[in-house]
Design a protein around this ligand. Structure first.
Ligand code: GAP
Length: 556
């Protein structure tokens, strides 16, 4: 039941995104293209705000981080050095029946999310099987939904095998249950992995490199192969020396970048969550190797529960810096309206770590479709700079005057996805409640409770009536006054309640109404306006002269 509700919620969010112009399917008029998304008028403003706030926090409010804006296509050797050519691959299987390509490590997740998977799990719980319902389902929906499933093609034999497996193993896991119903007992000796779309048999996995290949120049041969970058990070490593020389930064310092990245994902899914074209916001923060810290400070601080990681200290090695950045990033998410209880921190196990990482924490957001990675914060050691030194033949060493030592710096990398964050903000903002209409009758509303900092439109400006030229003129003056400071939406069409509702759905935190009192009908209220708060519905009377200040205080 809960799962059905979650799906309903995601459906409502996806439909609001389209209806209100947050996110559209790319190339929709041609049937769309899987894994690519466009941001409409509200979505593009929201995305801009996210980028701008990240950039500000990283560069303008700090002295120790500088920016980079590099190309998407770079020298192909970069991807050999980084390990992407040889190891940036996912396991992929093909369904022998419906021919769909599936990321092998996501099969069980997709089955669990599917309608047929959920239905069948419902017939098998706590080691007991509802055989009657199972067979009813086979004869009705099963044929239509998952014709390739052994259970559907050969129900009697499969149910017999299932019952004997249940009798021999009371703790049969859902995965084992699905494997048995996918396997025709007379045709196979080992259990098979079913296709999550039709129930057919999947091929053995083979590795599939996720980088998009292209050719530079008119000749499409192996010599001219290039790749669309799968992460923005490598450009930062490749430009490390140039930036060091031109920015006059000293270690510890960081270089950050926002930009497009491309991955030919086998199964893009969950709306924009896993796309083939997306944007990253990445910081590479360069630090001293632990040996150098020890030489200078006499020791390397060890992290323990409750340690203060807020202010960098001279005895910090990579572990403390790593913890520091996790904390900094969580605080930033809080500052844009994602509270701590919407997250989980997942510390990757040793065997899950990427080839370059010493440690990695995923900041996971509780999306309606599951708790999933929003940002990864990895301690990458000196892997990348050392690799580029080796492959390019150019030194990546840094001379540390204080330590009188030359070394390849180590790095801590907070790496976030713009699109995933926009999706998290949208999911977090979506809410439904009841508010009184003009006659006081309660009516349903959908309201996007964006933090004012990220809200696509900060303020709606409304003349009370459209057909009163003085109200319209005054409202337009107020609009022009606010425009240099924030995004404003002017709306004169329809009843005022309807106009408020439209802005509630867009997530606009404030509504300014120009009424007859503004024009001086009540003398003491001349040149004042009402400001309505989207969340509390409270209305303040504010002098036009003080309006910019009033709003700026609330959106900064
Ligand atoms: N430089 C490290 C790196 O790229 P990653 O965990 O592969 O690490 C970092 O990616 C972030 O980029 C993720 O946390 C996610 O927010 C975003 N991201 C990665 N793949 C994505 C995809 N296919 N679609 C949308 N966002 C993606």
């Amino acid at each position: 039941m809960a799962e059905v509700k979650i799906n309903d919620l995601m459906e409502k969010i996806v439909s609001l995104c389209k209806r209100r112009g947050f996110i559209y399917q790319s190339s929709e008029i041609y049937g769309g293209i899987n894994g690519f998304w466009d941001y409409g008028p509200l979505g593009s403003e929201l995305k801009r705000n996210v980028r701008e706030l990240w950039w500000q926090a990283m560069t303008r409010f700090r002295d120790d981080i500088v920016g980079l804006d590099a190309t998407i296509i770079m020298h192909p050797k970069i991807w050999e050095a980084s390990g992407h050519v040889s190891t940036f691959a996912d396991p992929m299987s093909t369904c022998k029946v419906c021919k769909k390509l599936i990321r092998t490590d996501q099969v069980w997740e997709i089955i669990n999310d599917s309608e047929w998977g959920r239905t069948l799990s419902g017939f098998f719980s706590n080691g007991a099987l509802d055989e009657e319902k199972l067979l009813q389902w086979v004869h009705h929906r099963g044929h239509r939904q998952v014709p390739g499933l052994a259970l559907v093609k050969n129900p009697n034999e499969v149910v017999k095998a299932l019952k004997s497996a249940i009798a021999g193993n009371k703790d049969l896991s859902p995965q084992e249950f699905f494997k048995i119903i996918a396997t025709n007992p007379s045709a196979y000796t080992s259990l098979i992995t079913p296709c999550p779309y039709c129930g057919g048999e999947l091929t053995e996995p083979r590795m599939f490199n996720l980088m998009f290949k292209t050719h530079v120049g008119p000749v499409a041969d192996e010599e001219n192969v290039a790749y669309l970058r799968p992460e923005t990070a490598q450009a930062i490593f490749a430009q490390f020396k140039n930036i060091l020389e031109t920015s006059r930064q000293k270690i510890p310092f960081g270089i950050c970048q926002i930009g497009k990245a491309f991955r030919n994902e086998v199964t893009p899914r969950n709306f924009t969550f896993r796309s083939r074209e997306f944007e990253q916001m990445e910081l590479e923060f360069f630090i001293r190797p632990d040996e150098v810290v020890e030489k200078l400070a006499g020791k390397v601080a060890k992290w323990s529960e409750g340690a203060d990681v807020s202010q960098p200290q001279p005895d910090w090695g990579w572990e403390m810096w790593h913890r520091h950045w996790v904390e900094e990033r969580v605080k930033w998410y809080e500052s844009i309206g994602l509270s701590r209880d919407t997250f989980e921190l997942y510390w990757q196990q040793k065997e899950e770590l990427a080839h370059y990482a010493r440690a990695c924490v995923d900041i996971q957001f509780k999306f309606p479709f599951g708790t999933q990675e929003l940002e990864g914060i990895a301690a990458r050691g000196d892997f990348d700079l050392t690799q580029h030194q080796k492959f390019s033949g150019k030194s990546m060493e840094y001379f540390d005057e204080e330590a009188k030592a030359r070394y390849v710096p180590h790095v801590v990398e907070p790496s976030a996805g713009v699109d995933r964050l926009v999706l998290a903000l949208i999911c977090n903002a979506y809410s439904e409640d009841e508010v009184p209409d003009e006659s006081g009758k309660l009516e349903q509303r959908v309201v996007m409770r964006f933090h004012p900092r990220v809200a696509p439109i900060k303020v709606g400006v409304f003349p009370l009536l459209k057909n009163k030229p003085q109200l319209v003129q005054k409202a337009k003056e107020v609009r022009e006054m606010l425009r240099p400071y924030m995004s404003v939406f002017y709306d004169e069409a329809g009843a005022i309640g309807r106009r408020y509702r439209r802005q509630d759905e867009a997530g606009t935190p404030f509504g300014v109404t120009i009424d007859f009192d503004t024009l001086g009908e009540t003398n003491s209220l001349k040149d004042t306006v009402t400001v309505r708060d989207r969340d509390t519905l409270k209305q303040d009377r504010v002098k036009i002269d003080e309006l910019v200040h009033y709003l700026m205080e609330r959106i900064k």
